[in-house]
Design a protein around this ligand. Structure first.
Ligand code: PLP
Length: 456
């Protein structure tokens, strides 16, 4: 039997436990929502105050040069790159995830079109498809819809399990490899895959895609890949170069602990930035900071080489300073084994949570909807509840009232994120115990817990 004492023993022997001290967590709160907004690092307030008072207050505009403000997106980007298998100078901390998705996807569709035309001049007569997952995070699908409208492509949002078969069915003939020829040009309903746009870890279910296998399938179909790492960066080991991915974006305020609305990031494989440059193409948001020489103030846009060309406007210095502190908390685990060690603990926490749920909340109408195989799961566990239609929201609220902060995702999912940097094994025990009490007491049925706040 798993007892609280046993969980306490696990904490005592946990080599990552001291990392919790890097955070300023309120007393008495079990915080299982770092997958939505990471906790506050202890270093952030002083760092932001220093940037405000010394660099801004005293250094004034000279700080753009003397305090290295212009390089912050790249310096922070290089740190994030270490967490996702990217090289220095390839990833930059800019804009929001949604904006970065637009830049990445728009660029990818245009490059894919060129590649298809190079391979087959008749490809222009076919329909280019952005393939995604029907249950992808809405912003990914919304952005894909705009990009499709602007580039003449189509969005195909498939069930997760239908993506690989679709790509396999659209694999292009390869020289020397026996396979299917493309149907004749007259068969206009034959689609060509342009881009595979996927969130590696699904925000609602926590299901994790196999980045390497899907990227290979996309490439075999002549498509580029755009990976959304919002629920991966700082949560699971990611190897963008190892997977041969093309472009990726991710979020700064979740597992990277960058603070509310923190800058996001964008990465492009060097072959992608080199091809864009060679073709005289640029990402679509051609703001001056992405210009090759912004301070020449020339009338015509000329993109900066490399990932720097994916910048658009002036870097948000205060927010980048906070993100820098957040990323440092994840890098602080490097001495203890880095992302592999964090991942191992996250799996242990989630497995403990599921075991406790099954033993202590048996018969309560809860079903784990995240994959049971930890290899197919991100750093969260999602639960459906059969007690009543719409019960997940009030149950979440009742839990929050008891100091256990998880969250709710429409239409009816309870979501618990396990951030190994600051989550203890006793926290997991306490969370399940509070959940049990909320269910047994029926207190979640109190009308106050049904009141929907603006942000759920
Ligand atoms: C998978 C995923 N992509 C994108 C976003 C949106 O990011 P932003 O609002 O910062 O643009 C989120 C937000 O939660 C997300 O979960």
């Amino acid at each position: 039997m798993i007892t609280r004492q046993l969980c306490h023993t696990l904490d005592v022997s946990d080599p990552l436990a001291p990392l919790r001290e890097l955070f300023d967590l309120p007393e008495g709160i079990v915080y299982l929502d770092g997958n939505s907004l990471g906790a506050l690092p202890r270093s952030t307030a002083a760092r932001v105050a220093q940037v405000v008072q010394d660099q801004w207050g005293t250094g004034l505009i000279g700080s753009w040069n003397h305090a290295g403000w212009m390089d912050l997106p790249q310096r922070v980007g290089d740190k994030i790159a270490r967490l996702v298998g990217a090289g220095p100078g390839e990833l930059i901390a800019v804009d929001s995830t949604s904006v970065n998705l637009y830049k990445a996807l728009h660029s990818a569709v245009r490059l894919a079109r060129l590649q298809h035309l190079e391979r087959d001049p008749q490809a222009g007569a076919r329909r280019l498809v952005i393939v995604s997952e029907a249950s992808n995070f809405p912003t990914d699908l919304y952005i894909a819809q705009s990009v499709a409208r602007e580039t003449g492509a189509t969005v195909l949002a498939l069930d997760a399990d239908a993506i690989r078969p679709w790509l396999a069915a659209h694999a292009l003939p390869r020289p020397g490899v026996p396979g299917r020829d493309l149907p004749p040009r007259a068969t206009l309903d034959y689609d060509l895959a342009a881009v595979l746009l996927l969130t590696q870890v699904n925000y609602r279910s926590g299901r994790q895609h196999d980045m390497g296998a899907l990227t290979a399938a996309a490439h075999a179909a002549g498509a580029l890949t755009v990976w959304d790492l919002a629920h991966s960066a700082g949560a699971v080991p990611v190897d963008l170069k190892g997977a041969d991915a093309d472009l990726a974006v991710g979020c700064g305020y979740k597992y990277l602990n960058g603070g509310p609305g923190a800058p996001a990031f964008i990465w492009a494989h060097p072959r992608i930035t080199a091809t864009l440059h060679a073709q005289g193409l640029s990402q679509p948001l051609t703001g001056w900071i992405g210009h090759a020489a912004p301070f020449e103030f020339g009338p015509d846009y000329r993109p900066a080489a490399g990932i720097a060309g994916f910048q658009c406007g002036t870097p948000p210095v205060l927010a980048l300073a906070a993100l820098d502190c957040g990323v440092d908390t994840v890098l602080a685990a490097e001495e203890q084994g880095g992302m592999a060690a964090l991942r191992a603990k996250s799996v242990e926490l989630a497995e403990l949570f599921i075991s406790l749920l099954e033993s202590r909340c048996a018969g309560a109408g809860l079903t784990v909807i995240s994959p049971r195989d930890p290899g197919e799961r991100g750093s969260q566990v999602s639960i459906a509840c059969e007690l009543d239609e719409g019960c997940a929201y009030p149950i979440t609220q009742a839990l929050i009232a008891r100091g256990v902060v998880g969250d709710f995702r429409s239409p009816d999912v309870l979501r618990f994120g396990f951030t190994p940097l600051y989550t203890r094994f006793v926290d997991v025990y306490d969370a399940v115990e509070q959940l049990r009490q909320v269910l047994v007491s029926g207190e979640w049925r109190e009308p106050r817990f049904a009141v929907r706040a603006q942000v759920t």
